[in-house]
Design a protein around this ligand. Structure first.
Ligand SMILES: Cc1cc2nc3c(=O)[nH]c(=O)nc-3n(C[C@H](O)[C@H](O)[C@H](O)COP(=O)(O)O)c2cc1C
Length: 323
């Protein structure tokens, strides 16, 4: 057992989080993560309406009696989403932990506090972490440059970002981006965090509700298999480096704007990739941690392996070195 301020605060057995993932963070995965003793998050906006989110939460409850949370990503979208209605559903469904991302959650905190919902805010810089702490969130998930999805615009990898954040942030912090195994977890603890968050690693699990070809592509990929797109729009996104990502970067170099690039990178096309396994159909998120992923275990096998190896690493190799 590894006990940290994170496991104590959220009442989970292991200091491991499965962060929100658009189209991937559904009940099958989140329940499997919860049943493995880690903290999983359903992704609110994967559900087309707040009513669908209520149904998905109920479906997840049928598969686990362990705690799980909901991710709410507040980013500019082509079609505006009714965030307040999603929040009302999260609260009225009795969810007790939410992962916010994309924007400062401050305006929504009074509602969460009043309902006894703890907030983990995911961000990509020390300054944003500090401002979320000041606003009153309970925990920070710090996403470094290695991560899948939105790494921000500062390009600071976790070896510097995490200890720099730990120097000033007092509330518990979770390390995110580039983590996939026991060595990452032990490093996260050494760098000042109370646990680690993984996205890409959890995609390559048996329970992840995506096409097997996507999981196989993650296993076959390595740390150089990602691409950074939409930098020119200051909305950088780390995705699997397929032909659509390369074409997007070309269009950016040609000076094209959102009107031309938008249809190329539409989330709906990425959804088709996960459903059909057609890896070139659109843009889909994956991180540099692909370089560390070599199999497709169940969530339980993955979490148990990480915990077993992390404890062995602390008790064996590291302890031996300190003697
Ligand atoms: C397929 C995919 C979709 C994602 N969608 C979201 C999202 O909707 N909201 C969010 O906050 N983070 C999202 N993320 C980021 C993850 O929650 C997590 O922060 C990130 O994957 C960590 O980096 P890693 O992939 O190296 O573990 C997504 C990641 C992946 C791989």
């Amino acid at each position: 057992m590894i006990r940290t301020r994170f496991t104590e605060m959220f009442g989970v057995a292991h200091p491991i989080v499965q962060g929100g993932m658009q189209w991937v963070g559904r009940a099958e995965l989140t329940a499997a993560v919860a049943n493995a003793g880690a903290l999983g998050f359903l992704t609110a906006l994967t559900q087309p309406t707040p009513a669908d989110l209520a149904k998905e939460i109920a479906r997840c409850r049928e598969m686990t009696d362990k705690p799980f949370g909901v991710n709410l990503t507040i980013l500019p979208t082509l079609v505006p989403r009714p965030y307040d209605e999603y929040i009302d559903v999260i609260i009225s469904s009795g969810i007790k932990v939410i992962e916010t991302a994309g924007n400062n959650p401050k305006p929504h905190l009074p509602k969460f506090k009043a309902a006894g919902v703890r907030v983990i805010h995911k961000c990509t810089s020390v300054r944003h972490g500090l401002s979320a702490e000041k606003a009153g969130v309970d925990c920070i998930s710090m996403d470094g440059f290695e991560c899948a999805g939105h790494p921000g615009e500062d390009d600071v990898p976790n070896l510097v970002l995490l200890p720099a954040a730990a120097n000033v942030i007092k509330i518990p912090m979770i390390a995110s981006g580039g983590f996939a195994d026991a060595r990452g977890l032990v490093a996260a603890l050494a760098l000042g965090c109370e646990g680690m968050n993984m996205g890409t690693r959890f995609m390559a699990t048996r329970e992840a509700p995506i096409h097997p070809k996507v999981k196989e592509a993650i296993v076959a990929g390595d740390e150089r298999s990602t691409a950074l797109i939409l930098r020119s729009l200051r909305n950088t996104s780390r995705v699997f480096g397929n032909s659509v990502a390369r074409r997007t970067i070309e269009m950016e170099r040609e000076g094209k704007g959102i009107a031309e690039i938008g249809p190329f990178v539409a989330g709906a096309k990425g959804r088709v990739v996960y459903e059909t396994g057609d890896l070139e159909h659109g843009i889909w998120s994956a991180g540099t941690s692909m370089g560390l992923i070599g199999d497709i275990p169940t969530c339980r096998e993955l979490v148990e392996r990480i915990m077993r190896e992390a404890e062995a690493l602390i008790r064996g190799r590291l302890r031996g070195m300190a003697a």
